[in-house]
Ligand binder design. Sequence first.
Ligand SMILES: [Zn+2]
Length: 140
Amino acid sequence: MWNRSGTMAARNYLNRRLSDGVRRVGFRKWYERELLSSHAHMLLALLCTIALMGSMEAFGGGTLAEKFLDIVFFVVSGAIGLWALRRYLYLLMHAEEVANQAVCPQCQEYGRFTVASEDRRSDQVTVCCRKCQHQWTIDA
Ligand SMILES: [Zn+2]
């Protein structure tokens, strides 16, 4: 796996920030959306695999130009497939990682908190329990 400071880290502009998500729709919805998005990428990776197999099969016949197009198609499908697979795993693991920290340490309430403050550089979000007002930090 890659580490969190790598290219797939939270700095990726595609990533929705936990703090923004919690402010806008609440943690549970944010979590749900991250999982949905993760599964959409899994589906894309699957489609790319099918495309890869298709272009391999098509490679057998055809003219030189068609073979060349097959190779281009193969490389593009492979690249998109790999990207989608990485994205799928990242989104899934990140959502789980955050969910593991979403329980209030004081009253054990799950996923019911508001954003108290955030450090955008370290991606640490200080959250406040809606039930008991206890504050703790989530590594997002
Ligand atoms: Zn609490």
